[in-house]
Ligand binder design. Structure first.
Ligand SMILES: [Zn+2]
Length: 53
């Protein structure tokens, strides 16, 4: 179970998805909140966590 939890943390932690085009970006959540991360595909700054449906 510990291995599964750590695998999920690795897969989902610090992964964000662009709200506009769905591009996945790896970034620190603090930088997302501060608006320092731009989507490499469309240039928007609107991201959501990957886990959220
Ligand atoms: Zn985008």
């Amino acid at each position: 179970m510990v291995k599964i939890a750590s695998a999920q943390a690795r897969l989902f932690k610090n992964i964000f998805v662009c709200k506009k085009c769905g591009t996945k970006m790896r970034a620190q959540s603090r930088k997302i909140v501060e608006g320092k991360i731009k989507c490499r595909n469309c240039g928007k700054k609107a991201f959501r966590p990957k886990r959220k449906k």
